[in-house]
Design a protein around this ligand. Structure first.
Ligand SMILES: NC(=O)c1ccc[n+]([C@@H]2O[C@H](COP(=O)([O-])OP(=O)(O)OC[C@H]3O[C@@H](n4cnc5c(N)ncnc54)[C@H](OP(=O)(O)O)[C@@H]3O)[C@@H](O)[C@H]2O)c1
Length: 225
């Protein structure tokens, strides 16, 4: 499958690398290709600048959001929550129409420092905001409740775990469940329509507290039933 992964951060890179490892084609989308390729140093989390990562991943192309989305069969939103609508607008509604749009982003608001709060919750979600803005895209919320490494390789977890999908389009959700299963997520719960994305997005404050309490981001949720 030809996948556009919008986002040059650790999530976009890891998902793109994981997709290629599983036989898909991945193009990463960014605002300004030349600016992204001129970056040096590391980010606040110690991740190397994009060109360093790209040198080790010559099979992943970098393109503008619009170029990446135009050539894709499936699009992943792995941009910052606050930048997601702008990023998807730059990708172009016409390049998202009819396509599965996997929303991995979390609506984190860092404006008051750490820990972040949520800029939308309870009565709405980032996924629903995206769906309203791009009504012809088939938005599926998924992957947002684990860190990037676990998204593509949960084998490092000491026991099994649960992942969720939310979306209004059954076929789009089925495609995302297949992707989750390819990456090794064997317990996937379909929560229902896109309003159910509020729950997984609201898990983020708890996830951040667990990371601090346990001292590792290699954590996941398990629904026992
Ligand atoms: N870190 C994790 O393990 C993890 C786990 C689950 C979910 N998430 C979620 O996944 C998403 C990506 O996280 P991340 O840590 O990889 O990267 P990030 O730093 O949250 O986002 C980086 C990406 O957002 C784009 N961006 C930021 N502001 C923008 C704007 N105003 N307009 C257009 N694009 C904009 C950047 O564009 P440029 O390429 O042009 O710089 C870049 O591609 C986030 O929503 C995060 O909450 C993260």
């Amino acid at each position: 499958m030809r996948v556009a992964v919008l986002g040059t951060g650790i999530v976009g890179r890891t998902l793109a690398g994981g997709l290629v490892a599983h036989g898909h084609e991945a193009t990463i989308g960014t605002r300004d290709v030349a600016e992204t390729l001129a970056r040096t140093g590391s980010d606040a989390m110690g991740n190397p600048a994009y060109p360093q990562w790209a040198a080790d991943h010559p099979d992943v192309r970098l393109a503008t959001y619009a170029d990446a989305a135009a050539g894709a069969e499936l699009v992943v939103n792995a941009t910052s929550g606050e930048g997601s609508i702008a990023a998807l607008s730059a990708a172009g509604a016409e390049n998202l129409a009819g396509k599965v749009l996997v929303d991995v982003a979390n609506p984190l608001d860092f404006s008051a420092g750490m820990p972040p709060s949520l800029f939308v919750k309870d009565t709405d979600s980032l996924a629903e905001q995206i769906q309203r803005q791009f009504p012809d895209a088939r938005v599926v919320k998924a992957f947002n409740i684990v860190n990037a490494t676990i998204m593509v390789d949960p084998s490092g977890l000491p026991s099994d775990h649960t992942m969720f999908v939310s979306g209004n389009d059954a076929d789009a959700k089925a495609a995302v469940v297949r992707l989750l299963e390819e990456f090794g997520h064997t317990d996937v719960i379909d929560l229902g329509d896109l309003t159910t994305a509020r729950g997984p997005e609201m898990l983020l404050p708890l996830w951040l507290e667990l990371w601090a309490a346990l001292g590792t981001p290699a954590i996941a949720f398990k629904i026992v039933r």
